[in-house]
Design a protein around this ligand. Structure first.
Ligand SMILES: [Fe+2]
Length: 135
């Protein structure tokens, strides 16, 4: 998947979060690769779970950071994270209980959400930081 490469358009200007976003994109790649290789359910569940765990930690760190800097759209940003976490938890439940076997749909959802969240929603706090620092 060509569009899983990091480029500067993902930059939010906070090194810690840029690094974490890179890691998320790597985790997306792993999921995609496991699916393309048609690995077994357990292996796919494991890579999805890796991303889920990492994403949860990342989102909390980002939320704490936004609170610290007095980000005015904090509530809306957090709400977006909650929607993502709920949706991801549902996918994982369905996946684990075999109610839902369209692995590809999970991969597309994760990819679309993560990439557009970084580029659109996270970019807003990047802009806020720039403004705040007078750049
Ligand atoms: Fe975010």
């Amino acid at each position: 998947m060509k569009d899983f490469f990091w480029d500067s358009s993902y930059n939010v200007g906070v090194k810690k979060f840029d690094d974490q976003h890179k890691h998320l994109i790597e985790a997306l790649k792993d999921i995609n690769k496991a699916m393309e290789d048609k690995r077994d359910k357990l292996a796919i569940a494991q890579v999805i779970n890796n991303l889920k765990k990492y994403a949860q930690e990342h989102l909390i760190e980002e939320e704490n950071f936004l609170l610290d800097i007095g980000y005015p759209d904090y509530e809306e940003h957090k709400r977006q994270h909650e929607i993502f976490k709920d949706k991801l938890a549902k996918f994982c439940d369905d996946f684990n209980s075999d109610r839902y076997l369209l692995h590809f749909e999970i991969a597309v959802f994760l990819k679309n959400w993560i990439l557009s969240h970084i580029k659109v929603v996270d970019k807003k706090y990047a802009d806020f930081l720039k403004e705040k620092s007078g750049l």
